[in-house]
Design a protein around this ligand. Structure first.
Ligand code: C3B
Length: 806
């Protein structure tokens, strides 16, 4: 690093510190430094931000709008420094003045505007869109409260509000002059026009201001700065004036403004499950209406062609069905405000919107009661009705073979609006997020739609940004990689494949092993700090970090731990490689069984970790409050990546990709993107076990699996389940009866017992393989080498060329 660059960065820091915080550098707190460095980054990128937007305007570039109810961006300072090429210099200068960069970056509150995979995917996509120089915007909600903070008390999950905006958020810029009015409820009037068409006008609607807050999305060292636009719900100016009018009913208005602000009040904490709350519907319409109005306004300001050509300049990707009201909303504006006929409006709408499906879980399917939509969004309801009628008629006349399937296909059925059907009908592209998942959509879940629209369906296997998930979170590994194959992999992650040449190179393998060891030591310190438990740094770090859900089967994992514990208790001198099982997971607050599993993990941990006879060989760690920042600490230290969902249930997974990229070996089922990982690395570099998706499907369809039979025939399983019932883990006998009942009397809906034996076997193979350090290191490097495919750059290039046509 040149002294000159360092000196000028230091001068900037000093100058800003006095101007912004009124302090000398030597008196500055870590928080002062956090704010000042953020402000330096913002100064650096603001001209580029303006220029990027101006260029898009001047060149009339086609734009993609990625609409999502969730953007799980986490902290931004470090990745922003990285992307604008200032991370190294900043770190060095901080160290020179005796400060610890980590401590400073920690002062940023994680922006947890998402639940899990879907929200984090959206964040990775924005990073790749900007880094690949595509013109794209994210559009989401500026929730005042993000995903709850998790505390664990006696094994019970307690949820605390995440008021992340308590202090200034340095990355956002409020754009009050670009606010947009969104309207709910009211009365619709129809008038017949001279030509026989109908015209619609609205009365008595509730008005809400959508105020945008823009967050910059910085491309990787390429001058591009895109935007994530987060909408905040506020009272309109007229209404706030009324509040200060002494003759008005002040309390009434306060109440009203509170209910309006609630629209962007908090993120619903459900992951892959649908809660039909009216406030959630309001959030969805609020996001969609503000975004689409904004898009059209921008289109008109930029282009001098008619809105009939919208699809030449705009594409809207909707992230799952949550924003699928985009279809009727765009129709409404084109017809009621822009005087398009139905057919003209439909042609535009269905060529602009593309839909990504992220799950086939039935409990996640969004179905709104017609009465709710009718009351809250009367005009939207009329439009959905018309879409439905035309769609059903189309099947009746053009696809007589599918006539008897109309009840399964209709957008409105059983007094409910089926949002996935609306999204499919109203879009030009429907994609799944991994190969298996897309095949399931085409051949099972959506097979009649696939028959109707074979060309609409396509696959886009997920990805993750290697810039954050390797370069930033694992600097030592990144350096080691660069030393071996040069720095080109940073721009072209497929170049990681060059590492294969080193997979038998002993010094290189040793270096990679050393980096892993350091990362494990760092994580061990964090574990000690957070839990007071000392773990063996040379043990296998076996990691399962993700939302807690029955289908992800943290239960299977903890059953294996109990099994190992039982074995060791029976034979304490058993020669096993020490293991540290690391869990982190939030459960949806109303998801009882998931919370029971968290409790079970804690009770097993309490038994295992304090049992002197065996605790040098086995430790169970649950790290509370799983979020992006914690993931960044755990992933570089993982040896084993547990991806053990019931086959067919995990659409893709992205944690599997992050851990692979950091050299962990996958222990997983043939589900989601695990299959694609296996296809790349080969059977010898992954541990695969359990039922296939087809087998799972057949059991569901034709029966034939009886969980109780396994209980009665496999002593290991019987012992574990009896332990749950006997109070051995926990304080009372009834503690885990719901888990027990679910397996025994609901026939183990996620096949935990069925996959138990192959899972144990796979773990034994893991253990044996780990004993041969050289082989393990080679497997690890092979995984890193093939991980380039899972960069979100690859995914985004596919979206851009095959769907968005940018
Ligand atoms: C998740 C799926 O569960 C994951 O398999 C997938 O990798 C990610 O989406 C990203 O595609 N998902 C989620 O986080 N929330 C939902 N509501 C539905 C799916």
């Amino acid at each position: 690093m040149s002294d000159y660059r360092k000196e000028s960065f230091l001068a900037l820091l000093e100058g800003k510190m006095t101007r912004k915080r009124g302090k000398h550098l030597e008196d500055a707190s870590d928080k002062d430094l956090y704010y000042v460095i953020s402000s330096i980054v913002k100064d650096e990128i603001t001209p580029k931000w303006l220029k990027t937007q101006e260029k898009y305007q001047e060149n009339k570039t086609k734009q993609v709008y990625y609409i999502s109810m969730e953007f799980l961006i986490g902290r931004l300072l470090q990745s922003n420094l990285l992307n604008c090429g200032m991370l190294d210099i900043c770190n060095e200068v901080l160290k020179d003045i005796g400060r610890n960069p980590e401590e400073i970056y920690k002062h940023e509150h994680d922006a947890a505007l998402g639940n899990g995979g879907l929200g984090r995917l959206a964040a990775c996509f924005l990073d790749s869109i900007a880094s690949l120089k595509y013109a794209g915007q994210g559009s989401g909600i500026r929730y005042r409260y993000g995903l709850f903070e998790q505390r664990i008390i006696h094994g019970n999950q307690i949820e605390l509000p995440d008021y992340w905006l308590k202090e200034e958020y340095p990355w956002e810029t409020r754009k009050a002059d670009e606010a947009i009015e969104v309207r709910f409820g009211g009365k619709i009037n129809m008038h017949k026009k001279l030509n026989g068409d109908f015209e619609f006008s609205y009365e008595d609607q509730d008005k809400v201001m959508a105020v945008p807050y823009d967050v910059p999305v910085i491309g990787y060292q390429n001058e591009v700065v895109n935007t994530l636009r987060l909408w905040s719900a506020e009272v309109t100016e007229d209404e706030s004036k009324l509040m200060s009018d002494p003759s008005s009913q002040y309390y009434h208005h306060l109440d009203h403004s509170h209910s309006i602000e609630q629209i962007s009040g908090f993120l619903y904490p459900d992951d892959s499950s649908f809660e039909g709350k009216e406030l959630r519907l309001k959030q969805q319409y609020f996001l969609v209406s503000a975004t689409i109005q904004g898009i059209l306004k921008n289109f008109k300001a930029t282009h001098d062609i008619s809105l009939a050509h919208l699809s030449e300049k705009v594409v809207i990707q909707i992230n799952d069905t949550h924003p699928s009201l985009a279809v009727p909303e765009l129709m409404r504006i084109l017809m009621d405000d822009e005087n398009f006929s139905w057919d003209e409006a439909w042609k535009v709408t269905a060529s602009v919107i593309a839909y990504t499906n992220h799950t086939t879980l039935s409990e996640a399917l969004e179905k709104w009661p017609t009465s709710m939509i009718q009351k809250l969004l009367p005009r939207i309801y009329m439009i959905i009705n018309e879409i439905n009628e035309r769609f059903c008629k189309g099947i009746w006349f053009d696809h007589p073979d599918l006539r008897d399937k109309i009840p399964e296909l209709a957008v409105i059925a059983d007094d409910q609006i089926h949002m996935a059907r609306l999204a499919i009908v109203g879009s030009f592209s429907v994609n799944g997020v991994a190969r298996l998942h897309t095949e399931i959509l085409k051949n099972k879940e959506m097979k009649y739609f696939y028959k109707l629209y074979p060309n609409r369906f396509n696959n886009k296997t997920n990805g993750i940004t290697h810039r954050r998930w390797l370069l930033q979170v694992n600097p030592c590994l990144s350096e080691t990689i660069t030393e071996a194959i040069g720095p080109k992999w940073i721009q072209e992650p497929n170049k990681l494949i060059g590492l294969l040449r080193y997979s038998n190179d002993a010094p290189f393998l040793e270096k990679v092993g050393k980096v892993k060891k350091q990362n494990k030591e760092t994580l061990a310190k964090l574990i000690l700090n957070q839990t007071g438990i000392k773990v063996d740094e040379s043990s296998i770090f076996d990691v399962q970090i993700k939302r807690l859900h029955e289908y992800k089967r943290q239960l299977l994992n903890i059953f294996h731990v109990i099994y190992l514990y039982n074995e060791l208790k029976e034979n304490p001198s058993l020669d096993i490689t020490p293991r540290t099982f690391i869990f982190a997971a939030k459960a949806a607050p109303s998801y009882h069984l998931a919370k029971e599993v968290i409790k079970l993990i804690h009770h097993v941990a309490a038994t295992v970790n304090y049992d002197k006879q065996i605790n040098s060989k086995l430790k169970v760690i649950f790290l509370e409050n799983y979020n992006v920042s914690l993931a960044e600490k755990i992933i570089p230290a993982a040896d084993i990546s547990e991806q053990i969902s019931t086959a067919s249930k995990e659409a893709s997974g992205t944690g599997n990709m992050k851990m692979m990229m950091n050299g962990a070996l996958t222990l997983g089922t043939l589900d989601g993107a695990n299959i694609e990982i296996k296809d790349l690395v080969g059977d010898n570099n992954i541990f695969i076990f359990g039922l296939t998706s087809d087998q799972v499907h057949d059991y569901y369809q034709y029966g034939g699996y009886v969980a109780k039979d396994i209980y009665h025939t496999d002593d290991r399983v019987k012992r574990i389940l009896d332990q749950l019932n006997s109070g051995e883990f926990g304080h009372q006998e009834i503690e885990f009866k719901d888990i027990f009942y679910n397996i025994m009397y609901h026939n183990d809906p996620y096949f935990v017992l069925k996959d138990f034996d192959p899972y144990i076997e796979s773990h034994e193979l893991v253990e044996r393989s780990y004993r041969d350090k050289n082989t393990w290191q080679r497997m690890s490097v092979t995984n890193i080498a093939y991980s380039g495919k899972f960069s979100s750059d690859r995914t985004i290039k596919e979206y851009a060329s095959e769907i968005w046509k940018l």
